[in-house]
Design a protein around this ligand. Structure first.
Ligand code: NAD
Length: 301
């Protein structure tokens, strides 16, 4: 069992930490929020007084924070964790950040002789709670072999996507597709209903036809088609539209860096931007159907 430092105890971090503890690892945790630290303490983690202190004496240091700026602030520079970690330690960053930022973190680790993995996740809060996350990992295969038992305590699928930054590359492509297809599925359900087609019937037919996709079958934006999806609980406790917008902006950034053109990605970014700008960014991204339908978006709680 490993000695693990864990920085970032938010919606994803707390359930991931619980699964590490359940698997028998010892965890020293840190977050800027006192409330989050209280939850981690109750779960059985030791509490560090600062981010760098969470690095003291650990074998594996995990971060799960909002953006690349947070990640680089935490790990790099003279006050960062890389300057403090024991020589045999490794860093796993599970946050969703830009490919270029992930590669900068790998380079900073290499300067200090600390191996890094970028290991963003898919599966959301429910996957984090159930320990069924998918990890998309960039970095050296031998480092991933060392990290695998730790990742497998939190997830069901661990993929090696290639060298430094490729985990984030896989993540950004996945979320580009997920964001675009949710809008397309919202258009189809809205049009179908206006043509008098029952959404349950439409789901059944299209699920075995050429338009089938995850958003239509397993994550429908229409309430009441499936019990355990955000649309059936007023779009609460899902993958926030704000986060989808963040990820689509990461895709745009990656497109600029690679001289790629993402016509549908750019349109999807604009649509989620309008949706979030109207005050609905805390709702699950499937609530974008309200904008397609012309239903007034819900205000933030
Ligand atoms: P969150 O906002 O709920 O939690 C982030 C936590 O990081 C907060 O508790 C915050 O206090 C803490 N934090 C920020 N800066 C810090 C610092 N310098 N030191 C210590 N703690 C710090 O976010 P989340 O939903 O848990 O998401 C975390 C990451 O996972 C994001 O990059 C997100 O895009 C990605 N992600 C989220 C989901 C999801 O469904 N929520 C799914 C997949 C990926």
């Amino acid at each position: 069992m490993a000695r693990i430092g864990f920085i970032g105890l938010g919606r994803m971090g707390v359930p991931m930490l619980r699964n590490l503890l359940k698997a028998g690892h010892t965890v020293r945790a840190f977050d800027l929020s006192e409330a989050a630290l209280g939850v981690a303490r109750e779960a059985g983690a030791a509490i560090a007084a600062s981010g760098p202190e969470a690095a003291d004496g650990v074998e594996v240091l995990i971060s799960m924070v909002p953006t690349g700026r947070h990640v680089l602030d935490i790990h790099t520079g003279s006050g960062g964790t890389l300057a403090r970690l024991p020589a045999e330690a490794l860093v796993i960053d599970c946050s969703t950040i830009a490919v270029a930022e992930a590669r900068a973190l790998h380079a900073a680790g290499a300067e200090r002789g600390i191996p890094v993995l970028d290991a963003p996740v898919s599966g959301g809060v429910m996957g984090a709670q159930a320990g069924t996350l998918t990890f998309m990992v960039g970095g050296e295969a031998a480092v991933l072999d060392r990290a695998r038992p730790v990742l497998e305590a939190m997830g069901r699928n661990v993929f090696h996507a290639g060298p430094a930054g490729n985990g984030q590359a896989a993540k950004v492509c996945n979320n580009l597709l997920a964001g675009i297809s949710m809008i397309a599925v919202s258009e189809a359900y809205t049009l179908g209903q206006r043509l008098g087609l029952d959404p349950a019937t439409m789901r059944e037919i299209v699920s075995t036809s050429t338009g089938s996709c995850h958003a239509l079958v397993s994550y429908p934006p229409v309430p009441g088609l499936l019990p355990n999806v955000p649309s059936s609980r007023e779009y609460r406790n899902g993958f926030a539209a704000d986060l989808m917008l963040k990820d689509l902006r990461l895709a745009e950034q990656a497109a600029m860096e690679t001289q790629s053109s993402l016509p549908l990605g750019t349109l999807a970014t604009a649509l989620y931007g309008l949706f979030c700008g109207a005050g609905s960014g805390d709702l699950d991204y499937s609530a974008v159907i309200r904008m397609i339908e012309g239903t007034p978006p819900a205000a933030r709680a």
